[in-house]
Design a protein around this ligand. Structure first.
Ligand code: SF4
Length: 100
């Protein structure tokens, strides 16, 4: 079993630094959106992480869009796209829970 593939990539945007140029939405419109304020936010499907946004809300990146999100973060002129790898161990490797 490839444990690394059980991890989840998550992303958030620091809206204070966003220039609103739309490079992120060009790369991954399923993960990023620009709202009426002209600033980019992360999304999961129809749920937009704009309340409050920033580091308080991390969106899960679909596995087939991970490369696009990494490219967007690398090219973001505001350097305000942050990605985190949330490692999730398979249940058989997690510590057993105590009964009671
Ligand atoms: S690429 Fe970066 S600066 Fe440009 S809209 Fe997206 S988050 Fe904002």
């Amino acid at each position: 079993m490839d444990i690394a593939r059980r991890g989840v990539l998550k992303v958030w945007i620091d809206q204070d630094l966003c220039t609103g140029d739309g490079i992120c939405t060009d790369h991954a419109p399923e993960v990023f959106t620009i709202l009426e304020d002209g600033i980019a936010y992360c999304r999961e499907g129809s749920k937009v992480f704009n309340d409050p946004g920033g580091s308080s809300e991390l969106a899960v990146v679909p596995s087939n869009r991970e490369g696009d999100v990494i490219d967007a973060a690398a090219e973001c002129p505001g350097e305000c796209i942050f990605i985190e790898f949330d490692e999730q161990l398979p249940p058989e490797l997690e510590e057993p829970r105590r009964a009671g």
